[in-house]
Design a protein around this ligand. Structure first.
Ligand code: AMP
Length: 215
């Protein structure tokens, strides 16, 4: 198993780009730590109940919770594939934990892709972001509009705004990104693993840039 880490601020397009890459290449698998946690919250598992408050406040959940979810998921994967890790690791401590998980399951870190997007664009993207509570598909009111306004193309559910996409929480999430996740850029750059990709422009172009960065 190969692991590709997608780095970038909230709203930088990690999930959207991962979705495009996976649609074109079945050997890739998208793993979003935020989706894993939201699913645990929805199912009210012990981890989900603990994570809920942190997520509502826009803070990082304790390392042990998310690290266990990622480790369990990786341990359950049989056969060759490339994981696109979106949202994990988010701190240098989590990167250390991931190194252990990768080694433990005989995987290797193929690359770390940083989607570079200016903060004002991130804020604007998050403000227009919509999600499908039914199937998890992501939209944006202007950049990725659904065919019928407010309805998911795939399953028809009414689209919602994520609880943590309100302006106050977004401001906090950006500050958390700067303080806790930005140090990872230097961490992976020092290892020679970092590939910087401009994260603005048409989605297909960004996806193509990421594909080139990984080839
Ligand atoms: P995301 O969907 O990646 O924007 O994540 C949504 C929220 O889930 C974050 O604001 C955190 O509260 C939590 N979260 C996601 N990934 C992690 C992580 N690697 N470490 C800690 N908390 C996380």
């Amino acid at each position: 198993m190969n692991v590709v880490i997608l780095l970038g601020g909230p709203g930088s397009g990690k999930g959207t780009i991962a979705g495009r890459l996976v649609a074109a290449d079945p050997t890739l698998r998208h793993v979003s730590s935020g989706d894993l946690l939201r699913d645990a919250v929805k199912r009210q598992t012990a981890a989900g109940v603990e994570a809920d408050g942190y997520m509502k406040r826009g803070e990082l959940v304790p390392d042990a919770i998310i690290a266990r979810m990622i480790a369990d998921l990786m341990a359950g994967i049989a056969g060759p594939c490339t994981l696109l890790l979106d949202g994990f690791p988010r701190t240098v401590a989590q990167a250390g934990i991931l190194d252990g998980t990768i080694a433990g399951c005989g995987a290797s870190l193929a690359a770390v892709v940083l989607l570079e997007v200016a903060d004002e664009i991130l804020v604007d993207r998050i403000a227009g972001r919509r999600a499908c509570p039914g199937c998890g598909a992501g939209y944006h009111v202007t950049n990725i509009p659904p065919r019928v306004a407010g309805r998911c193309d795939a399953c028809g559910s009414a689209l919602t705004v994520r609880k943590d996409d309100n302006p106050e929480t977004v401001k906090h999430r950006l500050a958390v990104y700067q303080a806790q996740t930005v140090p990872l850029i230097e961490f992976y750059e020092a290892r020679g693993a970092l590939r910087r990709v401009p994260g603005i422009g048409p989605i297909d172009e960004i996806a193509e840039r990421v594909r080139r960065a990984l080839s």
